[in-house]
Design a protein around this ligand. Structure first.
Ligand SMILES: CC(C)(COP(=O)(O)OP(=O)(O)OC[C@H]1O[C@@H](n2cnc3c(N)ncnc32)[C@H](O)[C@@H]1OP(=O)(O)O)[C@@H](O)C(=O)NCCC(=O)NCCS
Length: 221
């Protein structure tokens, strides 16, 4: 088990916004708009400070195996209720098997100043108990961003990175299901396949063709 990451009390995100055009965090000007002038919508900063720029790095979990207990702990807290027979230990063990570098199943971690702030995985299947969906693979799964770091574009970066990595692995079509984040995926040009009910929730199954579609990174509309 790795050391638990330490987070500063001061939240740097209260005066930085992520600009998808720059692909980076940018300071807010006195008018409350990003100083890069790309005009991306955001909420006003509460405490603007001196110039400082941060870039979220999306890195393979293969290089951060010591962080798997931390990441699996987030997942367990968020989704553990769907696995009454499981435990945080079993989720650590399961996530450890999804840490390939160049093939599915693989996981990526968002690092901010060397602290992990989110994760996403590509897995063979995210609805394995649905035999009628067995031919659909792989799936984007486990998209998670720490509550303190949300609405900064990190999930958007994750989806973009996942699409690029999948394409690099020779994958042409990726699937996912979501109960809450459908607007996020729609904005990134994922296609709705079906509405369903799964693990006690209404969900939408979605897909994206990576060869024919522009990758999400270019989408800001
Ligand atoms: C869903 C989740 C991953 C989103 O993470 P996130 O990093 O906040 O996502 P993003 O910042 O990329 O986008 C979220 C929204 O914030 C908006 N946003 C992004 N940066 C922003 C900024 N600087 N200012 C204001 N809004 C911003 C985006 O437009 C997006 O809006 P949309 O929902 O209309 O598409 C996160 O809320 C989470 O981990 N939830 C719990 C787990 C979960 O539900 N996972 C999804 C499983 S499918």
């Amino acid at each position: 088990m790795g050391d638990t990451p330490k987070y500063d009390d001061e939240d740097p995100f209260d005066w930085l916004v992520f600009c998808p055009s720059c692909g980076a965090y940018t300071e807010l000007g006195p008018d409350g708009k990003p100083t890069c002038n790309h005009g991306y919508e955001h909420e006003p900063a509460s405490s603007p400070a001196g110039h400082r720029e941060h870039r979220i790095r999306i890195e393979t979990a293969a290089d951060h195996l010591d962080l798997i207990p931390t990441v699996a702990g987030w997942h367990w807290a968020e989704w553990g209720r769907v696995d009454p027979k499981g435990s945080v230990e079993s989720w650590v063990e399961a996530l450890m098997t999804k840490t390939n570098r160049d093939r599915v199943p693989a996981t990526w971690i968002a690092m901010f100043d060397d602290l992990p702030v989110g994760s996403v995985s590509l897995v063979e299947h995210d609805m394995p108990d649905r035999p009628e969906l067995a031919a659909m693979s792989p799936w984007l799964a486990g998209l998670y961003v720490l509550p303190t770091h949300r609405r900064l574009g990190i999930a958007t970066q994750f989806v973009t990175a996942c699409e690029s990595e999948a394409l690099r692995m020779g994958i042409a079509r990726v699937y996912l299901y979501s109960s809450t984040a459908r607007p996020l995926y729609e904005r990134l040009r994922w296609e709705r396949l079906a509405d369903d009910f799964y693990e006690g929730e209404s969900i939408t199954i979605m897909a994206k063709d990576l060869n024919s579609a522009k990758l999400s990174g270019t989408a800001t509309a």
